[in-house]
Design a protein around this ligand. Structure first.
Ligand SMILES: *Cc1c(COP(=O)(O)O)cnc(C)c1O
Length: 434
């Protein structure tokens, strides 16, 4: 479900024609629908209504402050993976008591920042990390609430780069070894064992891996409870997939029913860490065709057609990184004639594509296109490669829209950079080749 629809031949985000946004904010630009974000949150949260739970939006999917605030205004907590994310989550109104901290490489300064702010819990991924948290908490005269992130060794059947719950992945503590580490943790004065955590991967389109993981986690919770450990939180991670092309992921209600029934009879609070499912289909990347190539070859079938657009792999890395599919939709009326083409960016790599071998209308220079389902892992993974300023971000609500992050300027590209002192003075003769 999303609020990007064509009306009278013009693609709109809610009540705003995307063409107007392109004129006002330029391209490339990410455009987010506030109504879609809110609706996704509401549906997800209500799916768990029958059980004590905290939805902790996984902000690495989209860290824009207005996106985070959309959810925190509705009662959401936040799942973070760095000290930078703690700061941005707090700035966007997240209550510390609803922040969970995940990730395999938490550093001392990051642990300190999280402890200072009194977060809900650390999802700890190794014995060494547990020891570090204990030591840092000791120095700060605090008790660190922890869950161990266990690796249940189930195959999430998704892209290998975003599978995290297999034995061979770097994540978590193998579920069979977790008891030992829990027993160690329970004896530490500066650690408070509060929960069990797992997160098996992203863009899952089947329910069974969630069910398998939850069953294994439940067995562990029961063992820990029998040992007298006060487990009161079960964090089942995120990972619910969305439709990019023709995937049919489970509805949040179906997902919630499966998770809730896996833990029925236990008096625990569930923590959920959805990212993609809340934001993925609530955002698009708006881009303009700069040039087209290959039209002359249309009669033959040897050559390829290219639409060169002003967005690139630095703006949206997913196609290059994972071979991901994003639908490409015209913003205005599209030409009737079609061709097979790649939609590519200006970056100097052949891996720089947004869409490959698609049957698309014969677009012309100047046409506006929407790269769909770009709200998750879009802007948040973007970079300045090729010294390209990062795109503007715009949020729409009804008939209003606002720039919620300005497009970077040329001066931002060299922010913090300085010329080495031993080079100073040399470059003064402009235009001379040394
Ligand atoms: C990335 C991540 C999530 C969110 O995953 P989605 O697939 O976007 O829902 C949740 N928990 C952890 C620990 C993560 O690393």
């Amino acid at each position: 479900m999303h609020h990007f629809e064509a009306k009278r031949g013009e693609l709109h985000c809610e009540g705003v024609p995307l063409r107007r946004i392109a004129e006002a904010a330029g391209t490339p630009a990410y455009v987010y629908s506030h109504a879609t974000l809110s609706q996704h949150y509401r549906v997800f949260d209500e799916a768990f209504a029958g059980i004590p739970h905290i939805v902790c939006y996984s902000m690495k999917a989209n860290s824009n402050g207005s996106v985070i605030r959309t959810f925190t205004n509705m009662g959401s907590g936040v799942d973070i993976v760095s000290a930078g994310e703690v700061c941005r989550a707090l700035a966007a109104g997240a209550p510390p008591s609803k922040i969970v901290y995940s990730g395999v490489g938490k550093q001392v300064f990051e642990i300190e920042e999280a402890l200072r702010n009194g977060i809900l819990m650390f999802n700890v991924e190794s014995r060494e990390e547990l020891e570090t948290i204990d030591a840092v908490a000791g120095r700060m005269r605090k008790r660190a609430p922890i869950a161990l992130r266990v690796n249940p060794d189930v195959d999430p059947k998704t892209h290998p780069y975003i599978s995290t719950g297999l034995k061979k992945n770097k994540f978590g503590i193998h579920i069979d070894q977790a008891i030992r580490d829990y027993e160690w943790a329970a004896r530490r004065r500066n650690i408070e064992v509060v929960g069990v955590d797992c997160h098996i991967g992203s863009q899952l389109t089947e329910i069974s891996p969630f069910v398998d993981a939850a069953a294994r986690v439940r067995l562990l919770v029961e063992k820990l409870l029998r040992k007298g450990m006060p487990i009161r939180i079960v964090d089942i991670g995120g990972g619910l997939g969305i439709t990019y092309n023709d995937e049919l992921p489970p509805h949040p209600k179906q997902y919630a029913d499966a998770v809730v029934s896996a833990f029925s009879g236990l008096s625990v609070t569930l923590v959920l860490e959805p990212g993609r499912v809340l934001v993925g289909n609530a955002g698009i990347l708006l881009t303009r065709v700069l040039y087209t190539k290959g039209a002359a070859a249309l009669k033959g079938n040897g050559k390829k057609h290219f639409f060169i657009v002003d967005a690139a792999m630095n703006d949206l890395a997913r196609p290059s990184l994972y071979g991901s599919y994003h639908a490409v939709v015209p913003v205005g009326r599209a030409p009737g004639k079609r061709t097979v083409a790649d939609v590519v960016g200006p970056i100097c790599e052949s891996g720089d594509f947004l869409a490959k071998d698609r049957r698309l209308p014969l677009y012309r220079s100047g046409d506006l296109l929407a790269i769909m389902s770009a709200g998750a892992y879009g802007f948040s993974m973007s970079s300045n490669y090729n010294s390209r300023p990062r795109a503007a971000e715009v949020m729409v609500s009804g008939t209003r829209f606002e720039v919620v992050r300005e497009r970077e300027a040329a001066k931002d590209l060299s922010k913090g950079e300085r010329t080495a002192s031993f080079l100073a003075g040399r470059g003064k003769t402009r235009g001379r080749i040394l």
